[in-house]
Design a binder for this molecule. Structure first.
Ligand code: FAD
Length: 541
């Protein structure tokens, strides 16, 4: 997927007739592209910014059944996505890690120990959780041993249950790369600006290459919009008077250092004031905290981190850990996401089900929105089944068993990491570096280590050598076109290693620029650095 191929890809997009054009390169679109391509369809996917730059890089990053949806009696959603957790873990083992979530029970909390036991029993039954992974109940002393510092007032005990976590953007990039391996043509920075029609039926789209300004017509037998919060916008391209189907809800996350917020075990608890549940998740030496769920009227492309949401989360954490006293000065980075919820009468964001819905337009355009990161594969299967029917074909879904293209193909990741470490120490990578590379790029880490050997004389500084090798890989194999593609969505450095990212900003920009200059990609001014203030991580407090 290197850039010299971009011109070739554009030529293909112009000259071929596709079975399916997918608009949107978040987890839903990427999942559909993989499902359809693996069934033998000729597939094109266009993403207006970077892959995963929408909601699919701004979630809580849990691969979960959503315990809280039991409260809404959403048993089918819990069962469907709960079972998906194991499939995602099996197909992308390097991206998904298992967590033991601590759910404390307080005397005045929203859940009693008894109702929590029943809820978890039901949750695990629905999600088909196996023996070794079932929940256990802890007494107060055990809870404080596992997570010291938790508010002891009224604490009665806790449940410890299994969850999974994965970097949402890496999951999306992994799906895109796997879809490409099956022959899909996937292009980022390529925005759909018009749905084309032939005899009143959707026949493709006009897209604009945002890097060159060029317009291209893509012809396709079926068009699917998987544009998350932008879905109504796409539907209006096809019929300007279509009613809005979505309710947009904003969710923020704040990142703190583990020294400031010493959470060693993931915690799911309520804020103790509004009795709203939120997560504290340790990751890469930091702890991220979220989320909120408030109606959003922000421009979807640039949702804003608001003081009231920051204050809400700071108060929640300070109530949960009363001796810590976090302030806004302790925030290291943040992200803001928009949930594309399916509007249901006058219901507010927290009352609306996270179910997905497929919308059929008169022209035949299919749009899918709602749902969850965890359920991407089932959503993709439903959409692709409809596409197959339209095309008059007969194929079945294969994605349950499709391994991600980057999968290191071993059951023993620890051994794989240890093996890589031996050779890589010669070029400055230590155990933590290698672990992160394997958990980010899977077997791509082998290419990065080899690249570091080749660049050894060019970059005598070991930190620069390591990051340069990673940039080479990301530009060559992962469609990186800008500093934010690399520092936010390919590596997560801006979220979890903010100072390191800022210290290496100019260097990364130079390396990426040099690599792009070597290729035939044309770059427009402004695509370079960070795309928005809210993604730059810190509000000016
Ligand atoms: P997006 O990721 O938004 O993708 C749509 C894409 O379409 C975007 O990349 C956009 O740029 C592109 N696009 C738009 N217009 C055009 C155009 N004209 N041309 C081309 N491309 C276009 N789910 C979980 O399972 N677990 C969680 O822990 C979790 N936590 C969440 C926390 C928050 C705060 C939020 C907001 C959501 C969370 N979710 C979670 C839900 C999950 O993140 C979403 O369901 C999922 O990411 C939606 O993916 P998508 O591909 O449908 O949308």
């Amino acid at each position: 997927m290197n850039h010299p191929q971009r011109e070739k890809q554009k030529q293909n997009l112009k000259s071929q007739i596709y079975d399916l054009l997918v608009i949107g390169g978040g987890v839903t679109g990427a999942g559909i592209a993989l499902d359809a391509a693996s069934r033998g369809l000729k597939v094109a996917l266009v993403e207006k910014y970077d892959f995963a730059s929408g909601t699919s890089s701004k979630s809580t990053k849990l691969i979960h059944g959503g315990l809280r949806y039991l409260k809404q009696f959403d048993f089918k959603l819990v069962a469907d996505v709960g079972k998906e957790r194991r499939i995602v873990k099996r197909n992308a083992p390097h991206l998904v890690r298992k967590l033991q979530m601590l759910l404390p029970v307080y005397k005045t909390g929203s859940l009693s120990g008894f109702s929590l036991k029943i809820a978890l029993f039901l949750y695990e039954k629905l999600a088909g959780v196996k023996g070794g992974e079932r929940f256990s109940m802890l007494n107060r002393k055990q809870v404080l041993q596992i997570q010291p510092g938790l508010n002891p007032e009224g604490l009665q005990g806790a449940a410890l249950y299994s969850e999974y976590q994965a970097d949402d953007s890496r999951l999306t990039i992994g799906l895109i790369k796997t879809a490409v391996a099956y022959g899909a043509e996937c292009l980022n920075y390529c925005k759909a600006i018009q749905i084309t029609e032939k005899k009143g039926k959707a026949s493709g789209a006009i897209v604009e290459d945002l890097l060159s300004g060029e317009s291209i017509e893509i012809k396709s037998k079926v068009v699917v919009a998987a544009a998350g919060p932008w879905t109504d916008e796409i539907r209006k391209m096809e019929s300007s008077d279509s009613e809005n189907k979505l309710l947009l809800s904003k969710g923020i996350h704040l990142v703190f250092s583990q020294e400031k917020l010493p959470v060693s075990n993931p915690v799911y608890t309520d804020d103790r004031e509004k009795q709203r549940m939120y997560f504290l998740i340790p990751n890469r030496g930091k702890v991220y905290v979220g989320t909120t769920d408030t109606l959003s009227s922000d421009a979807i492309d640039n949702p804003i981190l608001e003081y009231k949401d920051i204050d809400y989360l700071l108060d929640a954490v300070n109530n949960t850990f009363p001796n810590i006293r976090l302030t806004s000065n302790d925030i290291e980075s943040s992200w803001v996401g928009i949930r594309p919820l399916i509007r249901k009468g006058n219901k507010g964001p927290s009352e609306i089900s996270r179910k997905d819905e497929i919308i059929h337009s008169d022209s035949g355009l299919l749009s899918i929105a709602g749902g969850k990161l965890t359920g991407y594969r089932i959503m993709a299967k439903k959409v692709t089944n409809l596409v197959i029917k339209r095309l008059g074909m007969k194929t079945t879904c294969k994605t349950k068993w499709i391994q991600f293209a980057d999968n290191p193909e071993t059951d023993d990741l620890e051994k794989y990491i240890a093996l890589r470490k031996g050779e890589a120490s010669q070029v400055g990578f230590d155990f933590i570096d290698i672990k992160r590379l394997v958990e980010t790029y899977g077997k791509g880490c082998e290419w990065i280590i080899n690249c570091a050997f080749e660049l050894y004389h060019k970059y005598p500084n070991s930190e620069q050598l390591k990051i340069a090798a990673e940039c080479h890989y990301a530009v060559k194999f992962e469609f990186v076109c800008s500093v934010s593609d690399f520092l936010i969505r390919r590596t997560g450095h801006l979220y979890y290693n903010h100072n390191y990212a800022i210290a290496h900003l100019d260097f990364v920009a130079d390396v990426i620029q040099e690599l792009l200059n070597q290729s035939d990609i044309e770059r427009k001014e402004g695509v370079g650095y960070f795309e928005s203030a809210s993604q730059q991580a810190l509000p000016s407090l």
